[in-house]
Design a protein around this ligand. Structure first.
Ligand SMILES: Cc1cc2nc3c(=O)[nH]c(=O)nc-3n(C[C@H](O)[C@H](O)[C@H](O)COP(=O)(O)OP(=O)(O)OC[C@H]3O[C@@H](n4cnc5c(N)ncnc54)[C@H](O)[C@@H]3O)c2cc1C
Length: 363
């Protein structure tokens, strides 16, 4: 009998690939007409890999030829400052295209995972809105109250330097320490994305438009340019006690595995898809596996969110105060994970963040 998976996002596809490779029959239900259609092609970053992305994919049991993009220059804007950094000497965050179809979508993470799963024999039922009771692995993405949302537009622009990303922390447009960014797409487009937390979701479109109008660094790149496409979505980060209900495995955002700090969920989706397959195949305890592999990082995201939510612009100014224009910088560098005092502080803040969420309903 086939193992049934609900949802053909990164979590569901990664589980499907690993199960097929072990000789299982797999059936994936996807409510859209194809894999990756949740997004019009856009670039998304892979955070928390702690190894080269090719090695990470291999560790996830995925052989798919995923193309990675890098941005060795960074323009960081806070409310008061703008600094241009040369990040080429540090370890850069890899980006992947999300989405399907079209010129860029052909090289997307979703297309690569789907092709691999299909080649290995996974069966797909598209346009099929199955219910959770029909499936063994629930990989249907964000559910419940969103903690954050993002709105993006793709604009014609060939002047913005390729190989450069612009990230802006400014509470007037992304309140309480959220952010917006510009990334070049191909040779003649850029995407501009605004991210906000739960209380500001109803104003997201106005904040996005306001940044394009008021903030010179954004207006110079996208103001008055032709908009080619729009995309939007919300995320719901939870810290589940268990990601199993009865015999069912919850993976990716369906389990609440999302980052409350910045909304990066792909690595958690791939990791949990991989671990659910491992547990199903070998009988190991899924909850113990994900807690060991990334439980700490989920708590760390919650701790950082608490700091950003509390201090907003002040935290961004503080973070950027050590940088000056033209400096060489490694933005990926983090404080030592193995330092016991640092970890204890993170755990303390994470606990506070969870208490705050319980009381206020938001991170
Ligand atoms: C605008 C935006 C930008 C983002 N940028 C980043 C980024 O830079 N880095 C990062 O790491 N993360 C980013 N994220 C988050 C990231 O996209 C998600 O965390 C990730 O896609 C989660 O993967 P998943 O497989 O759990 O769920 P999804 O990718 O949401 O896949 C779930 C799939 O299940 C299908 N489905 C849902 N219900 C059913 C049903 N009943 N029956 C059948 N199928 C169903 C959906 O159609 C979908 O295809 C971003 C999100 C948004 C919205």
């Amino acid at each position: 009998m086939a193992i049934k998976i609900l949802g053909a996002g990164p979590a569901g596809l990664c589980a499907a690939i690993n199960l097929c490779r072990a000789g299982k029959n797999v059936l994936v239900y996807e409510r859209r007409a194809g894999a990756g259609l949740r997004f019009c092609p856009n670039l998304q970053g892979l955070r928390y890999l702690y190894m080269p992305p090719e090695e990470f994919m291999q560790k996830m049991g995925v052989e798919a030829k995923v193309e990675f993009a890098y941005f060795p220059r960074a323009i960081i804007c806070t409310r008061k400052r703008k600094v241009e950094l040369d990040c080429s000497g540090g370890s850069l965050m890899p980006f992947v295209v999300r989405g399907a179809g079209g010129e860029l979508g052909k090289h997307s993470l979703d297309s690569a995972l789907f092709s691999e799963a299909e080649k290995l024999g996974a069966q797909f039922e598209f346009n099929s809105r199955a219910s959770e009771s029909d499936a063994d692995i629930i990989a249907s993405g964000s559910r419940g109250e969103p903690h954050s949302a993002a709105l993006g537009g793709v604009f014609e622009n060939s002047d913005f330097p390729r190989g450069c990303q612009l990230v802006m922390f400014d509470d007037r447009y992304s309140p309480r320490g959220w952010y917006s960014y510009i990334l070049p797409v191909g040779n003649d487009r850029v995407e501009f994305v605004t991210c906000v937390s739960k209380p500001y979701i109803p104003q997201l479109a106005q904040l996005h438009a306001k940044a394009m109008k008021e903030r010179k660094e954004i207006a110079d790149v996208v103001g008055g340019r032709k908009k080619i496409a729009s995309f939007a979505g919300s995320a719901s980060a939870r810290m589940p006690k268990s990601a199993r209900i009865g015999k069912k495995y919850f993976v990716g955002e369906a389990a609440g595995f999302q980052d409350p700090y910045m909304g990066f969920g792909i690595a958690y989706a791939l990791r949990s898809g991989h671990l659910a397959a491992k547990s199903l195949l070998g009988g190991s305890d899924y909850d113990a596996l994900w807690r060991r592999e990334f439980g700490y990082y989920l708590r760390k995201d919650a701790a950082y969110r608490l700091v950003m939510e509390t201090l907003g612009d002040a935290a961004a100014e503080l973070m950027m105060s050590k940088y000056h224009d033209g400096q060489r910088a490694d933005l990926s560098s983090t404080l030592p994970e193995k330092n016991a005092a640092y970890r204890a502080i993170v755990e303390g803040f994470a606990l506070l963040a969870r208490v705050k969420r319980k009381i206020s309903g938001r991170w």
